[in-house]
Design a protein around this ligand. Structure first.
Ligand SMILES: Cc1ncc(COP(=O)(O)O)c(C=O)c1O
Length: 359
């Protein structure tokens, strides 16, 4: 039986339609701006996000890096929520390549604290503080368990940044999950960023690719920084062809992944409410709290793998499960049952004889 792979939505395979489109894509040298399929994808992405233009890059990390280079002129401080992907998982590329400093602000469910933002933001350089070069938001928020930033929060962050003439970038790697959960179109979210990055290779199933979108001027400048960081490609229409299908056909099915995540979360909560809270699962990520088992998340991953379930650790006692196109409801149920079996064994071992199990 194949493993139930809940590590990430990045494990999704390209669809048959994508493979066919890739095989027959019209291509040209995108270094000269001559790849018609890349251009089609860029125009499509811009349109779906309500922006003037977009540029294709290989990865979400590069889209975020190029965005930061583009907005900042290589100086100042970037303010963002402390658990955001840019800060936690993009290996400090911005400090190395852009000469920028990141300042993580405290947040709740991925939403930065507004008072902390007000306190931290600065219009320009002073003898005491760096000026704020950029404010970033992330939605859905990966480390917060796929949480969707409320639109009024995004509006407030945007307004504060604008009052200080500071640009805003949105890491929208999973913006279509956010739009699905909020039941809005993506431009309703994207409007709160001068630029927005999106990923094609996560829940949308494309093999490669991200886009950075924004005004024509921002994207023209971004093309130069893409070249600087080695992200300019040649006959990239091969990957763009899959990206077009990702945007045209795969965004509508993300609700299925959210429903599967609910099945998983509800079943886990039925085993023990401390494991997961379905009311806090908004999209396709379920964070499982295994603290009470007194067994570390890394050890849980080994036990789960032995039983055919792949997952990731997110913190010492949190296991992250991500649903996607290859996870059917039956897989979610089976994974939950495997966790249940392990949980009962661990709890029995962790709770001393005679102690109440519900403490
Ligand atoms: C929120 C978020 N931003 C950016 C990225 C980076 O994308 P990539 O892995 O394509 O570089 C990820 C990857 O998981 C992510 O979850």
């Amino acid at each position: 039986m194949p493993a139930i792979d809940l590590r990430s939505d990045t494990v999704t395979q390209p669809t048959d339609a994508m493979r066919e489109a890739m095989a027959r894509a019209a291509v040209g040298d995108d270094g000269y701006g001559e790849d018609p399929t890349v251009r089609r994808l860029e125009v499509l992405a811009a349109e779906r996000l309500g922006k003037e233009d977009a540029v294709l890059v290989p990865s979400g990390t590069m889209a975020n890096l190029v965005a930061q280079l583009t907005h900042t002129g290589r100086g100042g401080e970037v303010l963002l929520e402390a658990m955001s992907h840019i800060l936690r998982s993009e290996l400090g590329g911005v400090a190395n390549l852009a000469g920028l400093f990141h300042r993580g602000l405290p947040g709740h469910d991925g939403a930065m604290d507004i008072d902390a933002l007000r306190e931290a933001i600065r219009s320009g350089l002073s003898p005491k503080r760096l000026g704020t070069a950029l404010v970033c938001m992330e939605t859905t928020h990966n480390a917060a368990g796929g949480k969707v930033l409320p639109l009024d929060h995004m509006a407030e962050v945007h307004a504060i940044a604008k009052r200080h003439a500071v640009p805003v970038h949105i890491d929208g790697s999973r913006i279509f999950n956010a739009a699905t959960a909020l039941r809005v179109q993506a431009p309703e979210i994207a409007r709160y960023g001068d630029s927005v990055s999106i990923c094609l290779s996560k829940g949308l199933s494309a093999p490669v690719g991200s886009l950075l979108s924004g005004s024509k001027a921002i994207i023209e400048r971004a093309r130069a920084f893409r070249k600087m960081v080695g992200g300019s490609m040649r006959q990239a229409g091969i990957i763009a062809a899959a990206g077009i299908i990702a945007i045209e056909q795969m965004t509508q099915r993300l609700g299925d992944d959210h429903a599967t995540a609910q099945v998983l979360a509800r079943r886990l909560a039925a085993i023990d409410p401390v494991l997961a809270d379905p009311t806090r699962v908004q999209t396709n990520i379920v964070m499982v709290d295994v603290t009470r088992s007194k067994r570390r998340a890394e050890d849980w991953l080994v036990d789960l793998k032995d039983r055919g379930v792949l997952a990731n650790a997110f913190g010492p006692y949190v296991v992250r499960l991500v649903t996607h196109r290859h996870i059917a409801e039956a897989d979610a149920t089976r994974a939950a049952d495997i966790i249940a079996e392990l949980w009962r064994g661990r709890i029995a071992a962790a709770v001393p004889r005679g102690a109440a199990a519900s403490d």
